[in-house]
Write a protein that binds this ligand. Structure first.
Ligand code: NDP
Length: 298
């Protein structure tokens, strides 16, 4: 079984660098896929209230036979549950669905730039949950440097993690630099560029990171796959990554990334593929009106 490196968060909590993501995994496939991930050795799972599959993630952990303390569970509060009291209730919803007393890492899924007061209230609730021992670490997602500055000005606990879109075609060097400056770990979503090729998204002119000639060449050089090259790039640059797959062979492939090393020149060649084009929503444009979604009770 592959041993995945562990990262130490800014509050000393240990987190496996590579996790297993479940965005767009239908609830009726989540138990089997997540159980397979745990079987092959993943010990970190990334879900979200908005994914609608926290209950099935919890079920997979229980069925896996892996001890609860040996699995790092990360989930996210959706924007409809922002504000101090609403976010405390959001913890109860997520913990209830996961079937756990403690969540290892609870993060705000998006900044709400037009209602930053609610974003701050939500984060202050995370601080309270941390102080009460209900979560082991807290963080954010899709926060741009200006959102981090605003948050840090009004709160006291520096986020442990900022989960943002990072893949070879969209690297966000300004976000990576701001995270590093504040001592925040960057966690890459769409780490193998899923958003550049997921079925049904984007236009015909999309280019898939999996087919990029530089990535394919590096894969051939190292006897690896394109996905493994991209995951290696994240790990060697000190990021956490949370690849998603429901396909058993790919679930295993994405964990098997410790057998080769990219050189500094090879890492730089991947950095140079950045197009500056974001795949996901522009964080500044996320509003309750456009993205609101009620999160059911547990
Ligand atoms: P990924 O980069 O993980 O790519 C997932 C896609 O790649 C799926 O279509 C999957 O197909 C396919 N795939 C997986 N492994 C391989 C492989 N080895 N070879 C070829 N294809 C492969 O993209 P995601 O956007 O899913 O990001 C990963 C996780 O990040 C999410 O699951 C979620 O946890 C998180 N996330 C967070 C966001 C946020 O706003 N905070 C936004 C988006 C994602 P298949 O499953 O069919 O095998």
């Amino acid at each position: 079984m592959t041993t995945i490196p562990t990262l130490s968060l800014n509050n000393g909590v240990a987190m496996p660098a590579l996790g297993y993501g479940v965005f767009q995994t239908p609830p009726d496939e989540t138990v089997a896929a997540t159980a397979e991930a745990l079987r092959v050795g993943y010990r970190h799972i990334d879900t979200a209230a908005a994914y609608g599959n926290e209950r099935e993630v919890g079920e997979a952990v229980r069925r896996s036979g892996v001890a609860r303390d040996d699995v790092f569970l990360e989930t996210k509060v959706w924007i409809n549950d922002y504000g101090h009291d609403a976010t405390l209730r959001a913890f109860d919803k997520s913990a209830g669905k996961l079937g756990v007393d403690t969540i290892d890492l609870l993060i705000l899924h998006q900044p709400l730039p037009t209602r930053f007061d609610l974003t701050v209230g939500a984060y202050q609730a995370l601080e309270q949950l941390l102080a009460d021992g209900k979560v082991r670490a807290i963080g954010v997602s899709n926060f741009m440097p200006d959102h981090l500055d605003r948050l840090l000005a009004e709160t006291s606990v520096v986020p442990a993690v900022n989960q943002v879109e990072v893949h070879p075609y969209f690297r966000q060097p300004d976000v990576l630099a701001a995270d590093a400056q504040h001592g925040i770990l960057t966690q890459a979503w769409s780490p193998i560029g899923g958003i550049t090729f997921y079925p049904g998204w984007g236009g015909e002119d999309r280019r898939s990171t999996l087919e990029d000639p530089t990535i394919v060449r590096l894969a051939e050089t190292h006897g690896a796959t394109p996905a493994q090259v991209m995951l290696r790039w994240h790990l060697q640059q000190g990021r956490s990554a949370i690849p998603k797959s429901v396909t058993p062979s790919r679930i295993a492939e994405n964990l098997d990334v410790t057998g080769f090393e990219l050189s500094a020149d090879e890492l730089a060649a991947i950095d140079a593929l950045d197009t500056g084009l974001r795949g996901g929503p522009e964080p500044a444009d996320v509003t309750l009106e456009a993205f609101g979604q009620e999160i059911p009770e547990a």
